[in-house]
Ligand binder design. Sequence first.
Ligand code: CO
Length: 444
Amino acid sequence: MEKTTFAFEKITQELLDFLRQSPSVFHAAATMKEMLEAAGYVRLLEGQAWKLEPGRGYYVTRNDSALIAFFIPKKDFAGFQVMASHGDSPVFKVKANAEIEVEQHYVKLNVEKYGGMLCAPWLDRPLSVAGRIVVRTEAGITTRLVWVDRDLLIIPNLAIHMNRNVNDGMAFNAQKDMLPLFCGGGEDAKGSFLKLIAREAGVEAEDILDTDLYLYNRMQGTVLGLNGEFVASPRLDDLQCAFASLKGFLAAEPKDSVAVHCVLDNEEVGSGSKQGAASTFLKDVLRRINDGLGRTEEDYLTAIASSFMVSADNAHGIHPNQPDKGDPTNRPYLNEGIVIKYSANQKYTTDAVSGALFKMLCERAGVPYQTFHNRSDILGGSTLGNISTSQVPLNTVDVGLPQLAMHSCCETAGVKDTAYLAEAARVLFSTSVRGLGDGDYRLE
Ligand code: CO
């Protein structure tokens, strides 16, 4: 095995920058666009004809929140090498008509849950708002990203004196307990939320027709532990994988297969949107690549059989205070490598073939891997891999980076694992997994 040296500190700082620049799913897509354009990738629009050339890289977005980038090798390609992750995270979304005045002395914002978050970590910390607004133009509408980059909101806890049993377990009512305080009350306060958003976007409040605005945790990601071995940040699930996938993608040299970096939206709410894994987004892109290069339907199906997809979504590491929540014989720890996830019920797509192929790729990359199963008496979560394969039946493995406190607004992971996944992604994107028979493959 080739000995690989990793720049753990450097990639961790880059990851933290990426996370800071990505306070919402729309900003995560915008941050990736910038990185791709800096590397010479050309933007395509779904609503225009694509003129594709071998030896070049492109990217396309859907809904400004899902992004697929691909690189076409110089010679006719054997298949697609895909890494798919997701850009969304559990969060609170600001509702329409958001202002709620409380006894003429406070204004709070009406919000609702997006996905299944741990509620407690959102309390008693500075928060703000990011997302997109849609404004009227003379001829139609246009979309603007908005990022209020200052401490703006807080969701205050109730004092323990008024809730003596709180430390024995608290049931959070999303409509009652989770609304953030925005400002003091009075006549002047009316309409001030949209006015603030309009000012931040440089538009008139009357021109804002609709919004997709989300709260975000103002705490910035940081490195901690005696030897700086851990990273704590909002949105590690799944931007740590999305970032590692893009790093590997930009460093790869695809020779025989099309490399496809795919970051989908709405994984946290079941992937059922037009920009989620259940949609045709990935399939549409792969078909347009195939057709755009003058290839036939037979060529497409042949390519699908010689393709491999890594569904990369963060995994549960063994918890230091709750080690018995993990499976007795599969014990993933932070900083000990990429986690291959298994589920007999196919909540994860990994089977013996895709697991074995991924282990081969890790060996070629010189990176460690670990395995995850749920305890047999714990239901566990799911991810986008098996949803995506109903649209594009790719040979798929489910993996992730080990982390703690999944779906908290501050999650903890290992500084080494980002580099491991980036390197595995680089090898994945530079390799072809050629189908020889059903279950037999050659890595080229
Ligand atoms: Co996830």
